[in-house]
Structure formats: C-alpha cells, structure tokens
Design a protein around this ligand. Structure first.
Ligand SMILES: [Zn+2]
Ligand SMILES: [Zn+2]
Length: 470
C-alpha cells in the first residue's frame, strides 16, 4: 500500500506540543500549505493529497534551511544525512533480521548480538551485557577531547504471540543510524564530542530503561533521543507526550473446596477477581476521558468442580501525568479490596516500576521540528490537547536528562496500529524503513546540534531545568 493511502489515527502519542516559546524561525517556501496548521487525525485525506505532491519535489526545490540565528554546521549536517543514506541497505538487512527473530522482554539475545556486532563493525566501542543486564548494551565513540555526550536509544523487544507489533526493529536501526551518522560527522570534520547508543531491553512492561537509569547509564548525557513508529498521516511526525503508567498485580489467595459437596468450606479467589473486575468497570465511568484502567484475569489449577483458591488481576493504570496516576491508584486498589472483602480472600499487591509521561524538551522539539519541516519538507502532526496513547519507559529518562522521543508515521491498515498483528507486518515494509531513516536523520541532526552548538545545548538544559510546561 502506498504511504499516501495510510488510514488511521494517532494511536500512540501524536499530541499537541505546548511550547513555552515559539520555534526558531524556519525559512519556508511559499509552497508549504501545511505549515503551522494543526492537522488532526480526521484531516488525513486532506493532508495526504497536498503532501504527496510536495514530497516528490527534488532536493533543489526544498526550502532553504535556516539556522534561526544559531551558528550551525551545514557540512556536518550533510555528512550525517549522506552517512545514513549510504547505510540504507545494511540497516534494512539488520532490521529484517531482528523482525524475523522476535524476542520478548529481557530475552533479546539475537538482537543484542546482531546490534553489538554491527556497531563494532562501525568502529564503536561496545560493552555487551551492559550494567549486569544480559541483553542491554552500550556502543560509544568519542572524537576529540572534551565535548558533550549525546545519547541515543535502541529498543529491541517484541510482544507475546504477535512479534514486532510495536516496530522495535525499526527503533533499533533508527538508533544505530543516528549514532553512526553523528559519529561519522564528528570524525570527518574534526569536531569534539561523544556519541553513546544504549541498547535498552524490555520496553514492553519491563521498564528496562528505568533499571539502566537507576544504575547510572544516562549520567552526564547532554541529551538523549530516540524514535518510535506509529500509525498516522503519511510522512508525518509527532512531538506529543505519552501517558504515565503504573502496572499492578493483585493476587487473591482463597481456599479450595468441593464445588458441590462442600462449597461453604471454600473461599473463592476467582469470585474475588470478578467482583474486583466489575467494580473496576464501574470506576471507569467516573474517571477522566484521558485516564485508562485496563487488565486481565489469570489463575491456575482451575476446574469447574473445585472452588478456585488462586486468581490474579494484572492491571495498568494510566493518565497524562505521573501525579494523576498516583491519585487514581488508591481508587483502583479500593476495587481490589472490595473483591477481597466480599470473598474473604487474602489480597497481595506487586507493583512494577512506574513509567512517567514523556517530557519532550522544548529546545530539542523546536530543532527537530525545524529539521522535519524546513529541511525534509514533511509535516508535523498534532492531535487533540487531551492525551490518548501508550506509555514508554523513556518517560523516566526524559525527567532525568533532556529527552526527545518523536513518534513518526509508518503505513498501516485500518485498525492496524501498535500492538496488532498488522502493525508487525507494517514494521517490515520498505515504506516503514524509509520513514524510519527520515526520523533517524531528524534526531541525528537535532543531537548533532547539541554537540556542536554550545548556545543551543545551554538552551536545551535551561528548558530541562524549567520543567515540563503544564
Ligand atoms: Zn508497544
Ligand atoms: Zn513500542
């Protein structure tokens, strides 16, 4: 399916970016009908028609790239772009190899080995099994002396039963492309700086980045950037936030009994789960539209003629901010307690690492946006001000160091967004690969500026210290 016929809406994080100051000026040609328009999900067909004509223009016709008053290096920029373009075939092969070997959280051994070998073959110093995690890794390259440290992330994990249905094979090569692109530019133009690419396991529920963060993996980064594929208007990118999430498991312990001969002797854990499930369904009506409470029931040794003595509810509690999740959590727990009270079962909780909402750095966002629109001639997608999307452990990273996590559109079928079998198919298409290279160039050039332009790097840090705009 051609990219321009992509249907669908923003499933992940194409949300309105509230910037505290306007973006640095962009020199735009008059043939930029999309500029500064907020294109909502429903405007897709309109956007696609004029985008189609525009993206086929040759390079000479693209708008001039303005530095908006900053000194910025056009020669190094060109090197980044040409390096990533020259890697096209190798990156495609690497992406498909990872796609064809889907591995679950913390089991990304094939991806770990393939990616570390690749980075080593491109002159990076590689640390395998980074910080004690079997499938984490670090690839780093320092040029010159001193200078800032620029971080990128490559995710690797797939989903149970449906493979690379979140496109982490694309994220993996996006990080690789950006890191090699920037490092090559530093070397070629005798510029100082360090590029550090972290292979981050277990994004899907495992919080791999949070574990690495707690062990100091992101210490001293001037910024850290990564990309994520989503459905959306053709050729677009988004700079919205994501939802904070707290995952929680509620386990009920009861007592078995013969379901007919002596049911009064039993304490029914499955009933506890269903009372809780029903209470949570009622609670959903009394929470904000931007909040999410979702989960499943599981158990063991269940049979119709035995009163079940064990059941587990696995739930995710999500909201636009970490604080809102904190406010929602006791209301969710009250529902679990209702189930335990009603059935006289014992309730225990296990909470996973909390993922924060994304704090997209203002200066990094502006620079990425300027590159995407002004240099690539591609649209920025924005959605409703409310937050409707997934979550990422990169949220925590974005509160620890200045971060940027753009979402970018790949072609998908209807109802074929992230975490569907169709999205796994989409993540293997040549069109998705091409879109990934654009997004990789976008974060590479944004990151390059952090290394080369002190004034810009200071502004990035200033925005970070000011905190997320509310
Ligand atoms: Zn996912
Ligand atoms: Zn994902």
């Amino acid at each position: 399916m051609p990219e321009d016929s992509v249907p669908g809406c923003f499933a992940f994080a194409f949300l309105r970016l509230r910037r505290r100051r306007p973006a640095a000026p962009v020199a735009l040609s008059t043939s930029h009908p999309h500029s500064h328009t907020d294109t909502g999900c429903c405007d897709f067909s309109l956007l696609a028609s004029h985008e189609h004509a525009r993206v086929e223009k040759d390079d000479a016709a693209l708008p001039e790239y303005s530095c908006g008053g900053y000194a910025f290096d056009e020669a190094a920029t060109k090197t980044v772009e040409e390096t990533i373009e020259a890697l096209d075939g190798e990156l495609r092969e690497l992406s498909l190899k990872i796609h064809d070997h889907p591995e679950l959280a913390f089991q990304e051994k094939y991806a770990h080995d393939a990616l570390t070998s690749f980075m080593e073959s491109h002159a990076f110093t590689v640390t395998r099994h980074y910080l004690g995690y079997d499938t984490a890794w670090l690839a780093t390259l320092q040029v010159g002396s001193g200078g800032r440290i620029l971080g990128f992330n490559s995710e690797m994990d797939a989903l149970p039963g449906i493979g690379h249905a979140c496109g982490h094979n694309l994220i993996a090569i996006g990080g690789v492309a950006a890191a090699i692109g920037v490092a090559t530019a530093l070397k070629k133009h005798n510029l100082s700086g360090t590029v550090s690419l972290i292979g981050t396991p277990a994004e899907e529920g495992g919080g791999g980045k949070i574990l690495l963060l707690n062990k100091g993996a992101y210490k001293d980064f001037a910024a850290c950037l990564m990309i994520h594929p989503v459905p959306g208007p053709a050729h677009s990118t988004g700079l919205g936030s994501s939802l904070a999430v707290q995952r929680i498991e509620a386990e009920f312990a009861g007592h078995t009994a013969h379901a007919s001969a002596a049911p009064w002797e039993g304490r029914n854990a499955l009933d506890a789960a269903f009372v809780s499930y029903t209470a949570l369904s009622a609670l959903r009506q009394q929470v904000k539209p931007t909040h999410r409470i979702h989960g499943i029931v599981s158990g063991r040794d269940w049979a119709a003629n035995i009163i079940p003595d064990y059941a587990k509810l696995s739930y995710g509690i999500r909201a636009p901010t970490h604080n809102e999740v904190g406010a929602l959590e006791p209301r969710v727990k009250a529902c679990f307690e209702a189930g335990a009270h009603a059935t006289n079962t014992k309730l225990t909780y296990t909470a996973s690492l909390a993922m924060y909402d994304l704090f997209q750095n203002g200066a990094l966002s502006s620079e990425y946006r300027r590159t995407w629109e002004g240099r690539f001639g591609r649209p920025i997608a924005t959605g409703p001000a409310g937050s409707l999307g997934g979550s990422t452990d990169f949220g925590n990273i974005s509160y620890a160091v200045p971060g940027l996590h753009p979402a970018y559109a790949i072609p998908t079928v209807e109802n074929g967004g992230n975490h569907t079998r169709s999205f796994a198919d989409a993540a293997a298409t040549p069109e998705a690969h091409t879109a990934t290279l654009y997004a990789a160039k976008g974060i590479a050039l944004t990151g390059l500026r952090v290394l080369l332009d002190k004034e810009f790097a200071d502004k990035v840090m200033e925005d970070f210290k000011a905190g997320k705009p509310q």
